[in-house]
Write a protein that binds this ligand. Structure first.
Ligand code: FES
Length: 167
């Protein structure tokens, strides 16, 4: 796959190698199947979020319509379309977590971070969000911090997790 100009700046050689490795896992002409892992790679390389030029460049790179990238990026809460904090905190508020105290988890995090759901702390360290079931219902209430799940949350446990991030 060939890139020119701005796209070369968006996708350096190291990124292209990573993208190509995923594209190679699928049959010729089925590059669209690699959209999700490619978006993960590009999001990680772009401060945790996906700007429109990056998504457009991926569509060009995979030779698929831009809408095929947008529809994936906008569907999953694991992809962010605007700037986010260094750490993403996703609190599940779906039924199992709700019945086991997710309201208290949200309230405690909002209090500790001094932000509301959907906001990012002024220092750019944390973005706090509400998400649907993350498939860890037996550990309710739970949250995802970056790529890690934390289950059976209590206020003390949350404080301990946040303290660990700062140290
Ligand atoms: S309801 Fe929270 S992980 Fe499933």
């Amino acid at each position: 796959m060939n890139l020119t100009g701005a796209k070369e700046q968006l996708f350096n050689a190291e990124l292209r190698e990573q993208l190509d490795a995923w594209v190679a896992k699928y049959p010729t002409g089925k590059a669209q199947s690699a959209v999700i892992p490619c978006l993960h790679i590009l999001q990680a390389a772009n401060e945790g979020w996906l700007a429109k030029p990056v998504m457009n460049a991926l569509a060009d790179y995979l030779a698929i319509p831009a809408i095929s990238v947008y529809e994936v990026a906008t569907f999953y809460t694991m992809f962010d379309l605007k700037p986010v904090g260094k750490h993403k905190i996703n609190v599940c508020t779906n039924i199992s977590c709700l019945l086991n105290g997710s309201d208290e988890v949200v309230a405690h995090l909002e209090d500790r971070l001094n932000i509301k759901l959907g906001e990012t702390t002024e220092d750019g360290q944390y973005t706090l969000r509400q998400v649907e079931c993350l498939g860890a219902c037996c550990g309710a209430p739970m949250m995802q911090l970056d790529r890690d799940y934390h289950e059976h949350l209590t206020n003390d446990k949350i404080d301990h997790i946040l303290a660990g991030l700062k140290s």
